[in-house]
Design a protein around this ligand. Structure first.
Ligand code: OMP
Length: 279
């Protein structure tokens, strides 16, 4: 089954466009685990168990594990997600981008070491930095396109004067990903929920690509505007799913012993909001 099929299956099974981002930060953990990096697995596994039937995907962010020398806990968490939520695809958020020989190593890390179903990548170094990931047929790769952060304005909306039609940089990335770069239908795009007009523009340029949309919740992106701009479905079947990520507002919904139940409540609320916004 391809990554795109996995997304469609999970969307149907869980009735959800919500991706729970796993960004474990020990200083924000509930009291019983606070400040203890050895509890990263326990914390994340509890969140996974509480939300597994509410999500289209999980997205562990690798920096939150690597910063605490917790790669072994990420490996254990990947195995746990596989057995506790076998139908839910896992996007490893690594935002890699490097020359081909190094990218090959990053691809081995994402797909063989961690067994991810998809990875996030920076397209800044060009196609040969993306190509090694496309050797893994059926796996997904989301290219950063119009990111959710304020600094995304520094480069992404600038016009490329030497490209025919003088598109904005993010528009050019979207067109490349929809067209010549997408050799085996594995590419998707990252577009921030904080920029609904740009989501709509990217959806127009890339009508068949899955979109990973972070920025609802803690970053203040509008869930309803996001779905209206990006989701295109017919009779419940989407041709190109949107994967709307929320991390902190779900992970840290409570700082008490009830953190997993609170995360479940917050995830359900966000899932329902996203579903209700489908036209
Ligand atoms: O690729 C991403 O996931 C990503 C792209 C982007 O444009 N903005 C963005 O916030 N992210 C990630 O999405 C998550 C957002 O977390 P919250 O703001 O806590 O929901 C973090 O893991 C970010 O690294």
């Amino acid at each position: 089954m391809t990554f795109l099929d996995q997304l469609r299956t999970a969307e149907r099974q869980n009735g959800s466009l919500l991706c729970v981002g796993l960004d474990p930060e020990p200083s924000k953990f509930p009291e019983q685990y606070r400040g203890d990096a050895s509890k990263i697995y326990d914390f994340c596994a509890a969140i996974v168990d509480a939300t597994a039937d509410l999500v289209i995907a999980f997205k562990p962010q690798i920096a939150y594990f690597a910063a605490h020398r917790a790669e072994d806990q990420l490996e254990k968490l990947m195995a746990h997600m596989r057995s506790a939520a076998p139908k839910v695809p896992i996007i490893l958020d690594a935002k890699r981008g490097d020359i081909g020989s190094t990218a090959t190593q990053y691809a081995i890390e994402a797909f063989e070491r961690y067994g991810a179903d998809a990875v996030t990548l920076s397209p800044f170094m060009g196609f040969d930095s993306v190509a090694p990931y496309l050797q893994y047929h059926g796996k997904g790769a989301f290219l950063l396109c119009r990111t959710s952060n304020p600094g995304g304005d520094d480069l992404q909306p600038q016009r490329l004067l030497d490209v025919p039609g003088q598109p904005r940089m993010y528009e050019h990335i979207a067109a490349l990903a929809q067209g010549p770069w997408n050799l085996n239908g594995q590419l998707g795009l990252v577009v921030g929920a904080t920029y609904p007009a740009e989501i709509e523009r990217v959806r127009a340029l890339a009508p068949t690509l899955p979109l990973l949309i972070p920025g609802v919740g803690a970053q203040g992106g509008d869930a309803v505007a996001t779905v209206k701009a990006g989701w295109r479905g017919a009779g419940g079947e989407t041709t190109a799913p949107i994967v709307v990520n929320s991390s902190r507002s779900i992970l840290y919904a409570s700082s008490g012993a009830d953190f997993a139940q609170a995360a479940q409540r917050e995830a359900r609320k966000t899932r329902d909001q996203l579903q209700a916004a489908k036209p």
